[in-house]
Design a protein around this ligand. Sequence first.
Ligand code: UDP
Length: 138
Amino acid sequence: MSQRTLVLLKPDAVSRGLIGEIVGRVERKAGWRITALELRTLERATLETHYAEHVGRPFYEPLIEFMASGPSVAMVVEGERVIEGLRTLAGPTDPIAAAPGSVRGDFGTVVRENLIHASDSEESAEREMKIFFPHLSN
Ligand code: UDP
């Protein structure tokens, strides 16, 4: 089942020079393709839309500040079961609980600065692709 998903390499991943490392892992998965990719510092308004489900949580404000603190890479990845696959490649939210071999497990220690975002469902993927790549057609 071919799918599309929205991936962000967060400002910590970019500032630590891990773009190539993470993009390389995505590219090496058989049959997955990067079909959109952009490096930019994300606007607060964009991030507030993206993280709307977390409004009011104690980590919300620091999360938005962190995500706006420097450039991120936004990309769309297409391929077989790519939504579930990118979540596996990323690892669970808490990098200390994430297995070595996953991006968060290999490179992270802090829950907020956990390097990567990947859509968690088909609905989220459709919603999030429109936020970061509004010009993309279906
Ligand atoms: N986050 C945080 N503190 C928390 C939970 C989450 O700073 O206690 C941040 C973390 O960067 C995470 C993002 O908020 O990736 C979104 O949280 P979500 O639960 O959607 O996790 P994800 O789907 O990214 O694993």
